[in-house]
Ligand binder design. Structure first.
Ligand code: ACO
Length: 273
């Protein structure tokens, strides 16, 4: 991922938020309340199954996020977080899949859908997936795209794509491997088995597990904790931690020095008034 793709758009280039009609077409709701944006997957009658419109609209939400927003929560209406891709799309539901024959066009097509997920890793925001019920395929990958996963005890995760003849291509393979390692990731993907909340916690796939019905309260409490941290320190720390897996120790030490000097400059400027 190029660094530029992980940066918040400059204020002048922040797009207009998607209209209510566009959000509805994507099966989404968006609420922005000061420093907190909540994106709700809102097709409970389809277990929040997602379409191309969902992913494109998610990308539009990312492009339009106001600069005051520091925490983004992703949650689902109804009994499930998300049942993944809307299976009706395999029978020509919304629009055709690229055939794979025209490699460049297919590559652009999938890259555009992936944009719905990549913005969640931007250092300027902390993203929280609030998972209950099923998180399958693209739904599991959406949770994996977030920084922190908080799950209720009824949460179930499944990487279903290989069972359907596909690969997980909505940015999920990298965080999955980083969290559980290649061997466990292979086992989970190639069996497409379901991982319950307790196992997900053991594997590090979720950071917190809460009783069924307690998710909203737990997310609200987590949000308060996250917002209590100095905003600049939060951005710099996320940037630093995101770099760590790719960096050598020497590179990471240099990154720590660079970020700390930035913090010290900002803190002393604030002290001087
Ligand atoms: N796409 C389209 N419709 C869906 C999907 C989906 N992915 N998942 C559920 N629905 C619909 C069902 O067809 C059903 O519709 P109906 O009321 O018209 O019959 C409704 O949502 C409720 O679904 P149920 O199966 O009745 O709900 P239940 O709670 O028993 O099961 C579950 C939920 C486990 C999520 C089940 O629906 C399921 O397995 N869905 C398919 C999951 C899947 O294979 N997703 C693709 C993953 S791969 C990827 O994302 C790339």
């Amino acid at each position: 991922m190029a660094d530029a793709e992980l940066r918040r758009p400059e204020p002048a280039t922040v797009a207009e938020p998607p209209t209510e009609a566009r959000l509805a077409e994507g099966g989404l709701r968006l609420e922005v309340d000061g420093a907190v944006a909540t994106v709700t997957l809102a097709r409970p009658e389809r277990r929040n199954a997602m379409t191309f419109a969902t992913w494109r609209t998610l990308a539009a939400v990312g492009r339009s996020l106001p600069s005051e927003v520091r925490v983004v929560v992703l949650r689902g209406d109804g009994p499930s977080f998300s049942a993944g891709i809307d299976l009706s799309m395999f029978s020509g539901g919304e629009e055709g899949f690229p055939s794979g024959e025209d490699g460049a066009a297919g590559d652009r097509f999938i890259a555009e859908l992936q944009e719905g997920y990549t913005w969640l890793r931007r250092p300027e925001i902390v993203t929280v997936a609030a998972v209950h019920g099923h998180a399958i395929g693209g739904g599991f990958q959406l949770a994996l795209a977030c920084d922190i996963r908080i799950a209720s005890e009824d949460a179930k995760f499944c990487m279903k794509e290989p069972a359907l003849g596909l690969v997980p291509d909505l940015t999920g393979t990298k965080p999955l491997v980083e969290i559980v390692g290649v061997n466990r990731a292979l086992e989970l993907c190639l069996t497409a088995r379901t991982v319950d909340a307790a196992e997900a916690a053991r594997l590090g796939l979720v950071e917190r597990v809460v009783p069924v019905g307690g998710l909203d309260e737990a997310v609200a409490a987590l949000t308060v904790e996250l917002l209590a941290v100095n905003a600049g320190a939060a951005v710099a720390t996320k940037r630093l931690l995101l770099e760590a897996p790719q960096n050598t120790l020497a590179e990471q030490c240099a990154a720590e020095r660079r970020e700390q000097l930035g913090r010290l400059r900002e803190l002393s400027a604030a002290l001087r008034g």
